[in-house]
Design a protein around this ligand. Structure first.
Ligand code: HEC
Length: 164
């Protein structure tokens, strides 16, 4: 009887410790769900396509070093303008185009950025939303570009100036 009581106490104490962490995990998942897109019936999650986050990532991840949006960016690769994007556009086609250009892109990224750009699925979705959103692209300015990325673009300008 005593042992049972001890067991019960143990369970209650453990439960009390574990409950808040379950609760916060649930809260985190539901927060994520509201930030993100939705889950299909087959269990595949469709991330949020957030063009505002995409504008930020296009600059901070360094895409802007080689690709131009709204007249701002490098000219080593194709320009992205929403008006040239297909309507409707399959988001995975953009990823497939990146895959096609991957070998050239990775060599150039290692050369100009010193590394290959890492992206999560949600980050890529945001960038895709940005390249497809004319209104958000019109807001893109040099102020969106963080200093470390701007420096990479500067050294490009200087190199060009040296050649002149
Ligand atoms: C260091 C230069 C560089 C950086 C940085 C870079 N790219 Fe590229 N990208 C290229 C090159 C080179 C190609 C292949 C040639 C081309 O298609 O212009 C390419 C091709 C692509 C293509 C295929 C274009 C097409 O329609 O054929 C997409 C899409 C693309 N890049 C997206 C991105 C995104 C998104 C980022 C940032 C996460 C990024 N790139 C960062 C150089 C770069």
């Amino acid at each position: 009887m005593k042992i049972r009581f001890m067991n019960l106490c143990f369970t209650v104490i453990l439960g009390a410790i574990a409950l808040p962490s379950w609760a916060s995990e649930d809260a985190e998942i539901s927060a994520q769900m509201s930030r993100s897109g939705f889950v299909l019936e087959n269990g595949l999650a469709i991330p949020a396509f957030d063009p505002v986050l995409g504008r930020n990532l296009f600059a901070s991840k360094g895409c802007v070093v080689c690709h131009t949006v709204n007249g701002i960016g490098g000219e080593d690769a194709v320009e992205f303008a929403a008006i040239y994007m297909e309507q409707p556009m399959n988001a995975f086609d953009f990823a497939a185009n990146m895959w096609r250009g991957a070998s050239a892109m990775i060599i150039m990224q290692e050369d100009e950025l010193g590394r290959q750009i890492e992206l999560s699925g949600a980050e890529l979705a945001a960038i895709i939303a940005f390249v497809h959103d004319a209104e958000e692209q019109a807001k893109f300015s040099k102020d969106d570009i963080p200093d470390d990325i701007r420096e990479l673009m500067h050294s490009d300008d200087e190199e060009e100036a040296d050649h002149d």
